[in-house]
Ligand binder design. Structure first.
Ligand code: CUK
Ligand code: CUA
Ligand code: CA
Length: 641
């Protein structure tokens, strides 16, 4: 998409596209509905196509919109931080160009940077290094007073029950924790006020507590827990034992409450059981009440874990309230004015709008559970996630309908109260089967209603064929006007679930590393032991059969063109990049030893391996750094044992 909208082909596409789209859309909706058992029950509730279908607007925007074109050399007006699902990494995008800026390895392994191989990354991974995969669904930035503060990103791993943190100054993961008692962390959100604060993490699957072999055949003893982690120390502070399970989570803008959806109030272990009830619930957590209980010793622990677990099951506890909402809810989203928390119905065509201001009364038992419901608008089939424009409108993905529906929150509330008003503003076809969507700054008090990213799960026929595995389709929608306009298709590899958009001024990435960065504190300690100055010394230091090799790099040379070790030595190579020039990264790779790592300007990186084979092994710089980059190499000479 660009300003070149004058050619005939584009015009022709614009004319033909709507009907073609319609056909493709229906085909996919049909197959998805078939695949989602239980959808049949709701399929007749809401007819599609009864509302404004902005095919003409869509066709017009597909023929080109200059406003998304970021010319070469120009910078984007938003950062996008993308999850990547089963790839396990974080991706950084520029929006609106949708250009991918970088990737941050987290739960995955990375050939380019050496993540999972360098001593620095292994120190972050700790015992988690035993898992080489992850499933990163949710990514959220730290807040101060309801606004992004650019310190950290936090993310979940559903596959191996972890939570990790990325430092936004260097855009590298610096902490990772495995969560005991939980089984698969799905929902993750961070406290919005006064400051992050807690990172909240949902245990999705139900298991025996402790999960040590007991009660295998007794699902009535399977449970899940909600976890509060200190976002600064990354210590697990407490857990709450809950009924049902936990899907997505969020929290209010006061800082007092967190809230999670539950699709398995039945605590079923097979599909049919999980869909038995017409209503599941959202569970609200009173954070100060939980903290008080932990302080007073009012908790239990399970197995080897000493994490305090407060019992939030049942109707009669000070920590939780279970608000019934229609069937198998999924996303839970907080409106930027701080007033509403919206649960997305998934198997119900509705969203449930909860008035966050009524939650204190609910915990004081002054009102009934459903009294906090302000509206329950009927939106379409398969509502999964909702976002906001800061002008009172909400935007909800309809997975089955392959649409985004724009609706007005205040009018949905009036309608619920009995007024004859129509709250639906527009339905926009997306391609296809959208999951998360997020508008610029929508998860903060500063929602600005400029851009909307829709993460579509299927791309079907939108791109050149790429084999049986199709790309996802991250679509960009202009929401600045009255009408949503689809302006860009963005193919992506598996499988972004969620993203957030912030302004560039809210993040201040370092241009080069600070030599005092704690990231390589281990190497600093070795240098001290060996009486080495990392910035000036090049040396091989032997401790029995353990050898430390200190190298520096200045384009286009390493400080040593060779070093010698003995077969069987445990070798640690510590490389310091002395270049201070922005963008001048080096690498360090040893041929046939499976070693490669990044060494960015002013960074120290290290790797440890066993020199198990004698011979000449060239090491070389793997990041293009200089006209003589190819020549930036040296030999590791391994003497036979
Ligand atoms: S979940 Cu993926 S589309 Cu894991 Cu946030 Cu809803
Ligand atoms: Cu140094 Cu390439
Ligand atoms: Ca259910």
């Amino acid at each position: 998409m660009s300003e070149h909208k004058d050619d005939g082909r584009m015009a022709e596409t614009a004319t033909i596209e709507p009907s073609v789209n319609e056909g493709r859309r229906r085909f996919l909706a049909g197959s998805a509905a078939l695949g989602a058992a239980g959808m049949a029950g709701v399929a007749g509730v809401t007819g599609t196509g009864t509302l404004v279908r902005s095919q003409s607007a869509q066709a017009a925007s597909e023929s080109g919109d200059a406003s998304i074109h970021v010319a070469p050399g120009q910078l984007d007006s938003y950062y996008g931080f993308w999850s990547s699902g089963q790839t396990g990494e974080v991706r950084v995008f520029g929006v609106p160009s949708m250009r991918e800026l970088t990737r941050i390895p987290v739960f995955n392994r990375c050939s380019a940077t050496g993540w999972g191989q360098t001593n620095e990354s292994l120190a972050v991974l700790g015992e988690n290094a035993k898992w080489q995969n992850g499933d990163l669904h949710h990514i959220h930035m730290s807040y101060t007073d309801g606004k992004y503060d650019g310190r950290y990103l936090y993310m979940n791993d559903k596959a191996n029950t972890r939570v990790a943190r990325v430092r936004l100054d260097i855009m590298r993961c610096d902490k990772m924790v495995h969560i005991p008692n939980a089984h698969g962390i799905h929902g993750l959100r961070v406290q919005k006020a006064p400051k992050t604060g807690y990172v909240f993490a949902n245990g999705e699957m139900i298991v025996p507590l402790p999960n040590d072999g007991r009660d295998l055949d007794d699902p009535s003893q399977y449970w899940s827990v909600f976890t509060g982690i200190d976002g600064e120390s990354m210590e697990i502070k407490w857990q709450v034992w809950v009924d049902g399970n936990l899907d997505n989570t969020n929290c209010d803008y006061s800082g007092r409450f967190a809230i999670s959806t539950c699709y398995n109030a039945e605590r079923g272990v097979v599909l049919a059981e999980k869909m038995r009830l017409e209503r599941d619930w959202v569970v609200v957590f009173d954070i100060p009440a939980i903290e008080r209980a932990v302080e007073n010793g009012d908790y239990v622990t399970f197995g080897d874990s000493d994490i305090p677990v407060v019992d939030g099951r049942g109707e009669d506890n000070p920590f939780t309230r279970y608000i019934p909402v229609p069937k198998n809810p999924h996303g839970i989203n907080a409106s930027p004015d701080g007033n509403y928390l919206i649960a997305n119905g998934k198997l119900s065509p509705t969203c449930t709008v909860i008035d966050a201001r009524k939650l204190p009364d609910l915990f004081d038992d002054k009102i009934e559970l459903r009294d906090v419901v302000a509206a329950e608008p009927e939106l379409g089939l398969g509502p999964l996630h909702t976002t906001f424009d800061g002008r009172g409108n909400a935007y909800t993905t309809l997975f089955i309908d392959s649409q985004v529906v724009k609706w007005n929150v205040a009018e949905a509330i009036r309608h619920y109260a009995g007024d004859d008003v129509s709250y639906i503003r527009q339905k926009l076809d997306v391609h296809y089967q959208p999951g998360h969507l997020n508008a610029s700054l929508a998860e903060t008090a500063e929602a600005d209603g400029r851009w909307l990213v829709v993460l579509s799960k299927f791309s079907k026929d939108r791109f050149l064929p790429s084999g049986p595995l199709h790309p996802e389709n991250d679509q960009l929608v202009d929401i600045s006007g009255d009408e949503m306009k689809l302006v860009h298709d963005g193919p992506t590899f598996a499988e972004p679930h969620d993203c957030i958009l912030c302004r560039p001024d809210q993040v201040s990435p370092a241009k080069i590393y600070d030599r005092d960065d704690p990231y390589w504190s281990q190497a600093r300690q070795w240098a001290e032991e060996d009486d080495i100055t990392l910035e000036t010394d090049s040396k091989v230091v032997r401790h029995g059969n353990r050898v430390r090799v200190y190298l520096t790099a200045v384009a286009p040379q390493y400080s040593m063109s060779e070093f010698r070790v003995r077969q069987g030595d445990e070798v640690t190579v510590i490389v310091t990049n002395l270049d201070k020039i922005e963008d001048l990264s080096h690498g360090f790779s040893i041929i046939n030893y499976g070693i490669n790592m990044e060494v960015n300007p002013q960074q120290t990186s290290s790797v440890t391996f066993t020199a198990d084979r004698a011979g000449v092994y060239w090491y070389y710089c793997s990041w293009f750094c200089h006209a003589l980059h190819m020549e930036m190499a040296g030999r590791m000479l391994v003497d036979p044992a």
